[in-house]
Design a protein around this ligand. Structure first.
Ligand SMILES: Nc1ncnc2c1ncn2[C@@H]1O[C@H](COP(=O)(O)OP(=O)(O)OP(=O)(O)O)[C@@H](O)[C@H]1O
Length: 590
């Protein structure tokens, strides 16, 4: 049975509805009296009380429609109703006007035209307009105003004759027929919604939708079960993903670690909302993260892409041999070397040689990893889930002593021999072990096999190959505007000391590639880039020598002294560089 709430704006209609309700047996009609805002207030509770449809009239119906999400049926003013009222008004002697919402005025205008009646017609869009419109009419000499409840009420306040257009039986019968039609349509739609909802609920993926204000507006069953939105909202990785999606307005994918597991999160914009799709990440799924992906403490790759290790030097050839040899075993390998000289690349090569299937390569960036995250990994079933993968502990020497101990506990208690560890650190690790700043047992477990990658300046022979490899790698990204390097330019590059090793070389080649004016990188271009590097190095050096343990005043003094030294003790130049005047500089040094 259809349950309908009827909200009538005037009493006469209430009575008529009651009468009709007795003759209708397929619709249960609950009738309430309420005009405009009162009507809306009554309607708001209807949905929760199980009503399928609301029936109302005129302006009240329009306002209710805005406030509820179930269908609202308007008891239309029928042609008969207008005819009835016009016939009545014809008998009045004064000037008459019809004022109302368009549902009344449209039909009335047609009829007035047809019957050649001299009645003014004014359409209003909200009830606030009425007073002003009627006051104007009064000034123009109108005496009779025909309209809906608001119109009549306002007319009376202004001393005009208000005539209410009432609805006759035909209009109500039509409204009930419309109610039946809407109900049929609405229940069909609701069935569809229920079906779609159940499909989403049975989905393995957790799906959540958030609005512009980053509030959750939908979550399927899995989503609600797996995540507490507040917790998810606090995940910086998820937050960044949402912000990036909102900014770029395109699909983004990222692997994040939440609730002890990895999830592949896909996020895409849909109108004003953002849809988040969480897929529990199985180790055999191939996921390649974009190069510009934000650095995460924990990264997950199952990439099969292989980057060859370039270089002719005997030193790098020795590294290649060690990689081959150690790939036959399953023991941990400790890769040491200065920053940016290919430790991760070596680790990746070992992983690719050891693993034939699509097992994961998991990087734990020890300088970004928090104690909490490490604990999280230990407590969850992380290590068991990814037991067949390789875990690369990047920069293990950056772990604090507490975390070193925790990690040692994990390794000591590990009885699943399948888990494979690869480790990287700076060169001086043995010194650290000796002086007690690195856990010696942890070192013993992990450093059974060792690879040392010498800094680039000790294997300058590799540079030529690397330069050409990097230029060729840039072609797909920026086009083939640069095809090589002049011999004198290459010499300059080979003679440089490369404190940032291969990584730095790679970046410099990219800069040169972008700045170059011809097919070949010229010597002058290299010199310009080196000058910039030297200046940067100088600035870093200066900063390194400033002791920041003192007060702000002391630090300031050091900065001023340093600048003064650099400017050959010329106070005017130093003051100018610091953006202060000479007397301030002098006062600050006192
Ligand atoms: N021999 C090589 N041949 C080709 N590319 C190399 C070589 N060595 C390093 N690279 C490239 O140089 C970049 C830096 O290397 P990688 O990240 O492996 O250094 P790393 O020592 O692990 O750095 P970090 O000290 O930051 O951990 C990477 O893009 C890598 O692919």
């Amino acid at each position: 049975m259809i349950k309908a709430l009827v909200i009538v704006p005037y009493e006469g209609l209430f009575e008529m509805m009651k009468e009709i309700a007795q003759e209708v047996d397929d619709i249960q009609l609950q009738i309430e009296l309420g005009n405009l805002y009162e009507g809306v207030a009554i309607a708001k509770g209807a949905e929760n009380n199980g009503y399928h449809v609301i029936i109302s009239r005129g302006g009240t119906a329009s306002m209710i429609q805005e406030a509820v999400s179930i269908p609202v049926i308007d008891i239309q003013v029928s042609g008969y109703d207008v005819l009835r009222i016009l016939t009545l008004v014809k008998g009045f002697s004064g000037k008459a006007a019809i004022v109302g919402f368009s549902n009344i005025t449209q039909g009335a205008a047609t009829i007035c035209k047809l019957l050649d009646l001299d009645i003014k017609i004014l359409t209003i869009t909200n009830d606030i307009d009425v007073k002003e419109k009627l006051a104007n009419l009064k000034k123009l000499g109108y005496e009779v105003v025909i309209g809906d409840v608001v119109t009549v009420q306002t007319a009376k306040q202004l001393g005009l004759t208000g005539v209410l257009i009432t609805s006759g039986k035909e209009a109500i019968t039509d409204a009930l027929e419309e109610t039946r039609r809407s109900y049929r349509l609405f229940s069909r739609l609701q069935q569809d919604v229920t079906l779609f909802q159940s499909i989403l609920d049975s989905n393995e993926q957790a799906i959540g939708v958030i609005n512009k204000e980053e509030k959750i507006i939908y979550g399927n069953e899995r989503f609600n079960k797996e995540f507490h939105w507040m917790k998810l909202e606090n995940s910086t990785d998820v937050k960044k993903l949402i912000q990036e999606t909102a900014l770029r307005r395109e699909k983004q994918t990222k692997i994040v670690h939440i609730n002890h597991s990895f999830w592949k999160v896909t996020s895409y914009p849909k109108k004003d909302a953002i849809v988040l799709n969480f897929e529990k990440n199985l180790p055999n799924q191939a996921i390649l993260q974009g190069q510009d992906a934000i650095l995460n403490a924990i990264e997950f790759h199952t990439s099969a892409s292989y980057i060859p290790i370039s270089g002719k030097s005997e030193l790098i050839q020795k590294v290649l041999k060690q990689i081959d040899q150690y790939s036959k075993s399953e023991e941990p390998v400790w890769i040491s070397g200065e920053k940016g000289n290919g430790k991760e690349l070596v680790a990746h090569s070992i992983y690719l040689k050891r693993k034939t299937r699509n097992e994961p390569f998991i990087t734990l960036r020890c300088d970004l990893l928090s104690a909490e995250q490490l604990k999280d990994l230990m407590n969850g079933d992380f290590f068991r889930t990814y037991a067949n993968g390789v875990i690369y502990l990047q920069n293990i020497d950056k772990l604090n002593s507490y975390m070193q101990k925790e990690l040692y506990q994990i390794l000591k208690n590990e009885n699943d021999k399948k888990l494979q560890w690869l480790v990287s650190s700076e060169d001086n690790i043995e010194e650290k072990v000796k002086n007690g700043t690195f856990h010696s047992d942890l070192y013993s477990i992990l450093a059974q096999l060792k690879i040392h990658i010498p800094p680039l300046r000790e294997r300058r022979k590799d540079i030529e190959d690397l330069v050409h490899v990097f230029i060729s790698e840039l072609h797909p990204k920026y086009g083939n505007g640069v095809v090589g390097i002049r011999l004198d330019a290459l010499e300059k590059i080979m003679n440089y000391d490369w404190p940032g090793n291969v990584e730095q070389l790679k970046q410099v080649i990219e800069q040169l590639f972008l700045q170059s004016h011809s097919y070949y990188i010229e010597k002058e271009e290299v010199e310009t880039v080196f000058k910039r590097l030297e200046q940067q190095e100088k600035n870093n050096e200066t900063l390194r020598h400033i002791d920041i343990s003192g007060t702000l005043e002391e630090i300031e003094k050091q900065v001023i002294t340093k600048v003064l030294e650099e400017e050959g003790l010329n106070q005017s130049k130093a003051a100018k560089r610091l953006g202060i005047n000479r007397s301030t500089l002098w006062r600050k040094l006192k």
